[in-house]
Write a protein that binds this ligand. Structure first.
Ligand code: G6P
Length: 605
């Protein structure tokens, strides 16, 4: 989604800004741009193509300057055309970049038109540029502070004015913005990752903050206008780790990184203890008797999977809800609920808003399962569990999902132990299974050549159905999501028992039916559902555990999985579905890492 980079330095900053955009590319965008102060006025380059095209433009035009702002845009208001690409100018005096959505932009636009401002874009952003310009009286910081009071909605902005050529001002509300503190130079960015290589010292702005960066300083005030100090932290983990290496796409690389990511995520301790989730976790867990899980997209499916573990292992009632639904629904708050937010980025606007909504309703105990330790979600929850997937570049989440599952399994066993449902023997067995998981995953990854052969068939289809039961139903959902988002094949997932209540009407010879078939207690039921498909001529593609005695025959294709892996089986079964989606997308020639219309980090609602 949209990305911001800004800098004030004593050197030509254009290459740092463009490199920052390059690091944010993976989030998804459809246009980009950069502006610098040059000979007393802002000058810009914009592109509706890739950052590499913008780079070529700035080189050809010899754009240079010591103060600048840059942006990747994911269109919300107005098509991805050059006029709508940021930086947006106001009267050739002020340049601004914006992430988020301004909800009252129409009334502000009318007011600014009345003042004589001409609008040249369809963006909501242009009202912010003109609004700040209209309030400018020689102090950009002051005019931004006044202007943001009139904005409703979400924003992170970076802005510069021709009369203060060594200043960039930023503000945030509902969208992230960080300050990068350098040596005689300072930066702003929507994600610290953008500034890897320029600094590793970051201050994370809070909601409502306004910041001014100059060559020698950073000035911050909070939403009340009171000077604020935001702790500068060293975030050294950024930098490398985003190279593609020998892989064709980041998604493929990330699928194959899962054994390592899971190894890094499994807690080191030789027993399950509440302290894994934070200092106050024991006390918090003692006071709860149910869970409310909130998340979006793939992270929501990890919540759905976790519900099975939490209710079967810890016997704790668990509700899982899509964050964008929960935040606007009238719900009944329960002081004995632990609210769990699951998120790769920790910045997803709807999940963050759902968390705040839960807190505003009085929910005291909150836990984030998240891949980014410095994210807003981790900062805003009482407890946290960090997944160590490493930077995930592919828009379609893979290693973040399986590491989230590890985190949620650890939570289920920990609560189960505290509640007296997991004895010492069982605890050791769970820990052993977790520790063997990376090796088991390696044997599943070795199935790739067989999956490539299937992908050739799938690439010619326009629809696919995914079936699973019980603990593996959310895995079928995740498999269908993966296929649709990167190969653009319409895919739906159903609990196999529900087939006869509707989707069976869709089954013909043209409909491939992917079936997740673990060797568990529901196997015989699942086999009956498979017969229902075969009887209608549907073609089955089955990922079957060893021992299921499901064999390839006319209309049934089988890829043999390892022995059933007990409660952790979903973590193994999702991997071939990731590979199937990946290779199908490759065969169809789509932009696997940056599928059309989608973004990695969805920071607008
Ligand atoms: C976007 C991404 C998905 C991700 C979802 C939730 O839709 O494309 O891959 O699952 O956001 O993101 P989060 O960072 O909260 O896990």
């Amino acid at each position: 989604m949209c990305g911001i980079v800004g800098a004030v330095a004593q050197r030509n900053i254009v290459s740092v800004l463009v490199e920052g955009l390059r690091r944010l590319e993976y989030r998804g965008y459809d246009s980009c741009g950069v502006a610098v102060m040059s000979n007393g006025a802002p000058k810009r380059a914009r592109s509706v193509s890739r950052v590499s095209d913008l780079d070529a433009q700035v080189r050809d035009s010899h754009l240079d300057g010591v103060t600048g702002i840059a942006h990747t845009r994911w269109a919300t208001h107005g098509a991805p055309v050059t006029d709508n690409a940021h930086p947006i100018f106001s009267r050739d005096a002020l340049a601004l970049v914006h992430n988020g959505i301004i909800e009252n932009y129409e009334s502000l636009r009318e007011m600014l038109r009345d003042k004589g401002y001409e609008f040249v874009s369809q963006t909501d952003t242009e009202v912010i540029a003109h609004l700040i310009h209209s309030m400018y009286r020689g102090d950009l910081f002051q005019s931004v502070r006044e202007a943001v009071k009139q904005l409703h909605g979400a924003y992170a902005i970076a802005v510069m004015h021709k009369d203060q050529p060594h200043t960039v001002v930023g503000a945030r509300q509902g969208s992230p913005l960080v300050v990068g503190v350098g040596n005689g130079e300072n930066f702003l960015a929507s994600d610290a990752l953008a500034l890897a290589g320029s600094t590793d010292h970051f201050a994370f702005l809070e909601e409502g903050d306004v910041v001014e960066i100059t060559l020698d300083g950073v000035k911050i005030v909070d939403r009340e206008g009171v000077p604020a100090v935001r702790e500068v932290r060293v975030v050294a983990a950024y930098g490398g780790a985003v190279e593609l290496g020998p892989y064709r796409h980041f998604m493929q690389k990330e699928i194959f990184e899962q054994p390592r990511a899971i190894t890094d995520t499994i807690p080191q301790a030789d027993h399950f203890d509440a302290s894994i989730f934070g200092e106050n976790a024991k006390q918090a867990f003692d006071g709860i008797d149910n869970l409310l899980i909130l998340a979006c997209g793939t992270s929501y499916y990890s919540g759905l999977t976790a519900k099975y573990w939490l209710e079967s292992i810890a016997k704790i009632p668990t509700q899982v809800e899509i964050a964008s639904e929960y935040r606007y629904r009238e719900s009944v708050p329960d002081p004995k609920a632990l609210v769990v937010v699951i998120s790769q980025s920790g910045e997803t606007a709807d999940t963050l808003a759902a968390l705040k909504h839960a807190q505003s309703l009085g929910h005291k105990h909150t836990l984030a399962v998240c891949n980014v330790g410095t994210s807003a979600m981790v900062r805003q929850t009482e407890l946290s569990f960090l997944t160590h997937a490493g930077t995930e570049i592919g828009v379609a989440s893979t290693k973040a999902f399986t590491t989230q599952l590890v985190g949620m399994f650890v939570l289920a066993v920990t609560l189960g132990k505290m509640r007296g449902f997991v004895d010492a023997k069982q605890e050791t067995a769970y820990l052993t299974q977790l520790r063997h998981l990376p090796a088991a995953l390696n044997s599943v990854l070795a199935l790739e050549p067989q999956i490539i052969a299937w992908a050739e068939d799938f690439a010619r289809k326009e629809n696919a159905l995914f079936l699973g039961r019980g603990l593996h139903y959310p895995i079928a959902l995740e498999g269908a999501l993966k296929l649709k988002e990167i190969s653009y094949i319409h895919a739906e997932a159903y609990p196999a028992g529900e087939l006869k209540h509707g989707p069976l009407a869709l089954v013909t010879e043209a409909m491939p039916v992917v079936t997740v078939a673990p060797n568990d207690t529901l196997l015989e039921k699942l086999k009956s559902n498979m017969q229902e498909v075969r009887a209608r001529g549907g073609e089955l593609y089955v990922f079957a555990d060893a021992g299921t005695r499901i064999v390839s025959e006319n209309g049934i294709h089988v890829i043999r999985m390892p022995e059933h892996y007990g409660p952790l089986s979903p973590i193994l079964h999702v991997v071939p579905l990731q590979l199937l989606a990946y290779h199908t997308a490759c065969a169809r020639g789509t932009d696997v890492d940056k599928p059309r219309n989608l973004a990695k980090s969805v920071t607008v609602e």
